[in-house]
Design a protein around this ligand. Structure first.
Ligand code: HAM
Length: 417
């Protein structure tokens, strides 16, 4: 036998009941987001590499180590998107959307790519569903987005979640905090990992989310960004928290919460899960405000806030066996013989046109094997069509739930379903 080709490490196939559960999860997200006024945007998976280096930041793990970047035939550097926000901002600027509407709400859904160390809940191709809202500087939008998420996960029956919120400071708070952080970290320079020694000069805030244990231990005592917020940044964070309180949402102010992407200004938030299924990858949603990004990528000054949820992690924490998300056939038709199968196809075709899901057995197998298959599929009704049924034009439909039977004309089985 020829050697089989395997999938790429960290990139998964999804099919059967698992795909059914995903579709359900995605459907719930989209329905909810649309009820909040978000409209879909689909952007390309490939973008110019500089889109990500200029937005996510040169000194971040994502840009430094995790991007799938290659040169195309014209020697242009392209990158498979590691996240969705940068593409939304590019599209927002490219299509001059701000000239058409003062407030824009977009949602997106699709695969993202990061060359990360694999573990449960962390993949190299993973899916995000995210939203971005452009044009609102008011902190009430943060509260509304977080409320949307708690409604989503509450409705899905996900338990053990915690909302974390913080502010990383507006652009003009940064120099003060940066100086305080450098003053704190400089004496520890030699104990920091090689990456962090460089980050200390390039972008000291990045040292805060280093995963190396010695660096983690050092930053545990670092000054907190919330102690360096201006009055207006403080008021904004308070405003977001007041919104959450008004919406009766439990949250925890976490002064250590920083994000792994450079574009954030002001509010940042995460939803973390205590589910054991996720291993160490407990963050199921992450987002925040990025009021400087549109302008820094060449657009007009535009406040913006959004989040992205990890679909794998969201589905894993959603209760319910994948099988329970499959749509079982309303009717399984078991034909005995070629004439019966031809007739079964016509009956099934009409019923499908009327909105029912119907499966016909195409193989020439005995009635027993067909009924076993109907059972396996969880068919709600079963009808056997043999010579007698063809002759009389009537068929017995068995309701698999109530275990009762009823007889109907072959041409009108709707009543039975
Ligand atoms: P992020 O924190 O990089 O933020 O990713 C958001 C979420 O995507 C994470 O909380 C996690 O659930 C999921 N995720 C990230 N990496 C992986 C992975 N390798 N495998 C599985 N799931 C993963 C962003 O991407 C920002 N664009 C969020 C945002 C939108 N901020 C503002 N608007």
């Amino acid at each position: 036998m020829a050697e089989a080709v395997k999938s790429v490490r960290g990139m998964n196939d999804l099919f059967g009941s698992d795909a059914a559960k995903w579709r359900y999860f995605e459907g719930r997200c989209i329905d909810l987001f649309e009820r909040h006024g978000y409209q879909e945007i689909r952007t390309p998976i490939l973008e110019s590499t500089q889109l990500f280096s200029r937005s996510i930041g040169e000194a971040t793990d994502i840009v430094e180590k995790e991007m799938y970047t290659f040169r195309d035939r014209k020697d242009r550097s392209l990158t498979m998107r590691p996240e969705g926000t940068a593409s939304c901002v590019r599209a927002y600027i490219e299509h001059s959307v701000s000239r058409r509407e003062p407030v824009t709400r977009w949602y997106y859904s699709g695969p993202m790519f990061r060359y990360e160390r694999m573990q449960t809940g962390r993949y190299r191709q993973f899916y995000q569903i995210g939203v971005e809202c452009f044009g609102l500087a008011e902190p009430s939008i943060e509260a509304e987005q977080i409320a949307m998420l708690t409604q989503l996960y509450g409705g899905l029956g996900v338990e053990g979640l915690e909302v974390l919120i913080n502010s990383v400071g507006a652009a003009d708070d940064r120099p003060r905090y940066r100086a305080a952080l450098i003053a704190f970290l400089e004496p520890h320079r030699q104990s920091l990992c090689g990456d962090c020694q460089r980050r200390l000069d390039q972008n000291p805030l990045r040292v805060l989310d280093c995963k190396v244990p010695t660096c983690k231990a050092i930053v545990a005592d670092a000054p907190s960004v919330v102690d360096h917020l201006s009055d207006s940044s403080r008021a904004h964070l308070d405003g977001a928290c007041e919104g959450l309180t008004a919406l009766d949402i439990d949250y925890r102010l976490d002064p250590r919460l920083v994000r792994g992407l450079d574009y954030y200004t002001g509010t940042v938030f995460e939803i973390v899960s205590t589910s054991k299924d996720l291993g160490t990858q407990s963050t199921i949603v992450a987002g925040g405000r990025y009021d400087e990004l549109v302008e820094s990528l060449g657009g007009p000054p535009t406040p913006a806030v959004g989040f992205a949820l990890g679909v794998e992690r969201g589905v894993m924490t959603t209760p319910g066996e994948p099988d329970s998300f499959r749509r079982p056939p309303d009717l399984f038709i078991a034909p005995l013989g070629d004439d019966a199968r031809r007739r079964a196809l016509v009956v099934a075709n009409d019923l499908r046109a009327a909105g029912f899901s119907v499966e016909v057995e195409h193989r020439s197998v005995g009635a027993k094997a067909q009924l076993r298959r109907a059972d396996k599929l969880g068919a709600l009704h079963v009808a056997v069509i043999g010579d007698n049924e063809l002759a009389s034009g009537r068929v017995t439909v068995r309701d698999m739930q109530t275990r009762t039977e009823s007889e109907h004309p072959l041409g009108s089985l709707r009543a039975a379903l």
